[in-house]
Design a protein around this ligand. Structure first.
Ligand code: PFF
Length: 454
């Protein structure tokens, strides 16, 4: 069936275009904003080891599975799963994986857009010289000023949402493909320059030790859940984003190879961000576990005190905003593709609806840092709740189901055919990881957290 099928939404122009788009989805706030602060909150090295193991044993096999399902189904994740379930003679209910993903996408984008708004607002702060001569106090106050202002946060969140929906409305393979081609490598170079600056702080080794020297006494079931959840989050897995990008992938492109390239690039960016940030944290006597404000309070100190820092600061926050943009479009694409396919409405209209819903939810997130900061559900504010619910629960559950489907439900001849792996041993290795290792790992981490084992 799938061989003759083409996506109604178009296709990537080449293998490189797909790699760029999928890397654009994977590399984002998760690598530069989230990875350092959750590493800081969870004690450093041991957390990083667990995260790296999760990327290897769970992330890469599931990325291969998700891309493969997308390319075979060639539609939005909801319809793809429903067709593939048919093909495998399985129950239609598998299409709920697609629904779970669409909902997770809305929930993530709601807070993702608010944080991306912070990055945008820092472009302006950098431009106007606010970082100049910055120290922990002044940069802390600068960040607090933004946190305390619902108006500023809603404004920047709105700008970011508008940009996201504008690009999605035009289709993902147009302008974005070109922009990402240039922006991703530049971001990479800038991060390396920042690591260079971190080397001059006198605290470089301390930063590296924090990041790479594991102390397993620092880690508990929740830290392991956070590390696993982050592996899903940072690779954009478990919610159909990579599946929908896979559905635009031309035939005869090696899914395994591309998945490994994307995962390596993503991991490299996160580690570079950590190597840049922690030396600055220690050099300035800052708190590694200070939470979501970490990069906004540390990097401006570096920019404010280094030669050429004014320009680097501007460039950095522009690139961070673009990295966020190339991720945010993939968060909403599954929902938009579904609306276009099933509700028979134009892409533009689908974008307006999806965008408005996300924007509204995002406003509540922006308020959770100030006027609604006292409002909690299960002891968590709106931002924390959405983050926990999506990254730690919905993505791993989605990924678990995808692994089970690819490993157990789909006919092996179909997955073999779609993956076109020339080496049968590599296929068997993937099959083993996706059928046993990945689902078992997710299951054990959940059990541990529920407290049955831990
Ligand atoms: N991977 C993105 C990041 O690390 O910033 C976030 C993300 C994008 C998560 C797309 C999930 C997703 F489907």
């Amino acid at each position: 069936m799938a061989d003759i099928k083409k996506s109604q939404h178009g296709e990537w122009s080449s293998r490189f275009a797909f790699i760029l788009a999928a890397t654009g989805s994977a590399v984002g706030l998760g690598n530069i904003w989230k990875f350092p602060y959750i590493t800081g909150e969870n004690g450093g090295g041991a957390f990083v080891v667990v995260y790296l193991l999760c990327v290897l044993a769970i992330g890469i096999p599931i990325m291969i599975a998700e891309t493969m399902l997308g390319r075979r189904g060639r539609q939005s994740p909801i319809n793809t799963m429903s067709d593939l379930a048919d093909e495998a003679g399985a129950h239609k209910n598998w299409h709920y994986i697609g629904w779970l993903g669409v909902i997770a996408g809305f929930l993530i984008l709601a807070y993702y857009s608010v944080i991306a708004g912070w990055a945008l607002s820092y472009v302006l702060k950098a431009l106007t010289g606010s970082f100049s001569g910055g120290n922990p106090e002044t940069m802390g106050a600068l960040f607090k000023g933004l946190m305390d202002s619902p108006v500023q946060q809603v404004f920047w969140h709105s700008v970011f949402m508008a940009a996201t929906m504008f690009i999605v409305a035009r289709g993902v393979s147009g302008g974005l493909e070109k922009a990402v081609r240039f922006l991703m490598p530049t971001l990479f170079v800038l991060l390396i320059l920042l690591v260079g600056y971190a080397m001059t702080t006198g605290y470089y080794m301390q930063g590296l030790e924090f990041l790479f020297k594991p102390d397993f006494s620092e880690i508990d079931g929740h830290a392991i859940l956070t590390a696993m959840g982050h592996a899903f989050f940072t690779l954009s897995l478990g919610m159909g984003a990579i599946m929908v990008y896979g559905s635009y992938l031309p035939k005869h492109i090696s899914i395994a190879k591309t998945s490994i390239i994307i995962s390596c690039a993503d991991t490299a960016v996160a580690l570079l961000a950590g190597m840049a940030i922690f030396p600055i944290v220690f050099a300035n006597g800052l708190e590694a576990g200070s939470g979501p404000g970490l990069i906004f309070q540390t990097l401006p100190i570096a920019f404010g005190n280094m030669t050429g820092g004014w320009l680097f600061g501007i460039l950095f926050f522009i690139l961070l905003s673009f990295a966020a943009l190339s991720s945010s479009i993939s968060l909403i694409e599954p929902a938009v593709a579904y609306l276009v396919e099933n509700k028979n409405i134009a892409r533009q209209k689908a974008c307006i609806w999806a965008g408005l819903i996300t924007w509204g939810l995002g406003v509540t997130v922006a308020f959770s840092f100030n006027i609604w900061s006292g409002f909690t559900i299960f002891g968590k504010g709106i931002f924390d709740l959405l983050d926990y619910l999506t990254a730690n629960l919905m993505l791993p559950i989605g990924g678990f189901c995808i692994a089970i489907f690819a490993g157990w439900v789909m006919k092996p001849e179909d997955s073999k055919h779609e993956l076109e792996m020339t080496n049968p041993q590599i296929y068997e290795a993937w099959k083993f990881l996706v059928s046993y290792v990945a689902p078992a790992a997710v299951f054990i981490v959940f059990l541990n957290v529920i407290g049955i084992l831990g």
